[in-house]
Design a protein around this ligand. Structure first.
Ligand code: GTQ
Length: 369
């Protein structure tokens, strides 16, 4: 048979296979097993003022109770909405911003998704309870809600409180592991006085009576900003990481691994004027600017940020950060690195061309998407 005849015969054969719900790998191997990560996730940036104004407006429209368990406005990555992925920041990560008003209670429930909260504004009396441990929120704190732990939020203070929620919604959906259960009461019973785990574990040591306890979930549930800031001051006496500046992973004090088993969390300090080198990695991330002014170049596009903003680093995308202000900048990030590491999928590559810095080809505005 000549090559053309052979091709036609193979095409006709593929059609017959399809009728019996079978497929020829020789035609589709490249689409299934791509040479590099392929995805639809595009970077995006949301301004804090926009989110904050909408949240305050929702505070006037919506009360809390079993019908509206949480007052949260989530980041919707427009590039993923096209494929019907509602509530996706990246294929694995969800991020919402939650508002609680003085006196309100967001009722107790639990779910198989892991959750973290990063406190943005207005603390003073707001708290979360995790399996009965009450922990108070202050700006810059990271609070864990490990999978399947009961949690409710309350507010004894006088100012609205805003925080970031991070959950592995997309990951759990893909792995078909989602479970949710409401508690029969608004509040889960308290197990003791507040902030016990901070008292016991925040210095990175463990009582000798607890030597046998290790692994997940982390016994520490609130990583206080003043401790993290101090750790970054300590690191600042040394050389910054070329890709991340002075940066730390939040860790489980009993294992040394990621604070949450599936959700990665980092805080990085970029000294005034510092510019990192570009690299890319398999894991994706959602960034929140705790403090500072600057920009991040992602695959040749410049994303300008200031305090409070959120932005996305898609998988396998070159990125570098530049602090253009005259103060230190602090960037918090949520990522799926622990999952990539556990599954043996994480890879990292530094950009070598152009001295490790990208050429800026365009500047992001919400309209450029
Ligand atoms: O506060 O428990 O943004 O269950 C999404 C799901 C927050 C929460 C979110 C949740 C919560």
């Amino acid at each position: 048979m000549n090559p053309e005849g052979k091709r036609k015969a193979l095409d006709a054969f593929a059609v017959r296979l399809g009728e019996d719900h079978l497929g020829p790998l020789w035609d589709n191997l490249g689409a299934m097993i791509t040479r590099q990560p392929e995805h639809q996730v595009k970077p995006y940036l949301w301004k804090w003022k926009t989110i904050r104004d909408y949240l305050l407006e929702s505070g006037e429209l919506l009360g809390l109770g079993r019908e509206s368990e949480r007052r949260v406005i989530y980041l919707q990555n427009p590039s993923l909405l096209k494929s019907g992925k509602i509530g996706y920041a990246t294929d694995t990560l969800y991020t919402g911003i939650q508002l609680l008003l003085p006196g309100e209670v967001a009722p107790s429930h639990r779910h198989s998704q892991a959750a973290i909260r990063f406190i943005i504004e207005g603390s003073g009396g707001a708290y979360t309870t995790v399996n009965g441990e009450k922990t108070y929120m202050e700006r810059g704190d990271l609070i864990l809600t490990p999978p399947w732990t009961w949690h409710d939020h309350g507010h004894e203070g006088s100012e609205p409180v805003f925080w970031m929620d991070g959950l592995d919604v997309g990951l759990v959906k893909t792995l078909t592991g989602s479970f949710f259960e409401p508690y029969h009461d608004d509040k889960y019973p308290l197990s003791g006085p507040p902030d016990q785990s901070t008292a016991r574990y925040a210095s990175g040591v463990r009582a000798i009576s607890e030597r046998r306890k290790h692994g997940y979930p982390s016994p520490l549930i609130n990583y206080k900003w003043h401790h993290i800031r101090q750790a970054l001051e300590g690191l600042s006496r040394f050389e910054p990481d070329p890709f991340d500046g002075f940066a730390v992973d939040y860790i489980n004090p009993t294992s040394g691994g990621s604070a949450d088993a599936r959700l990665g969390t980092t805080m990085q300090k970029l000294a005034a004027g510092y510019r990192t080198q570009a690299h890319r990695h398999v894991h994706s991330a959602v960034y929140h600017v705790l403090e500072g002014t600057g920009y991040t170049v992602i695959n040749g596009r410049k994303f300008e940020w200031e305090t409070g903003d959120f932005f996305i680093i898609p998988p396998w995308s070159f990125h570098e950060h530049h602090n253009t202000g005259n103060q230190d900048a602090y960037l918090f990030a949520l990522n799926d690195r622990p999952v990539m590491e556990l599954l043996g999928l994480e890879q990292e590559e530094a950009m070598t061309e152009n001295g490790g810095q990208q050429l800026v080809e365009s500047v992001f505005t919400p309209e450029t998407v």
